[in-house]
Design a protein around this ligand. Structure first.
Ligand code: FES
Length: 86
């Protein structure tokens, strides 16, 4: 099984309304969105699908340790090895 790949900080997007599939394996070529790599690589993971109802700026977690996935809650900055000022 291919292990997940974690990012050091969130990806901030100007999100628009619609159904969004947020990558949880870290291998997508279109982060923060899923591109199906999770299945192709056999990660055993799946995206988190959310219906976005309004346009807004959103920080999408890439460390995958947030307590409010798929949204960043700042946990990345507390992880050992995270860059200063995360
Ligand atoms: S590509 Fe990562 S969850 Fe789909």
């Amino acid at each position: 099984m291919t292990p997940p790949r974690h990012g050091a900080r969130p990806i901030v997007v100007d999100e628009t309304p619609g159904m969004k599939a947020y990558c949880q394996c870290g291998h997508s070529g279109n982060l923060p969105y899923c591109d199906g790599s999770h299945a192709r690589l056999g990660t055993g993971l799946a995206p988190i699908v959310v219906e976005v109802t309004e346009t807004h700026k959103q920080a999408v977690c890439q460390c995958h340790h947030s307590g409010n996935l798929p949204w960043c809650d700042g946990t990345h900055a507390t992880l050992s090895g995270s860059p200063p000022g995360g």
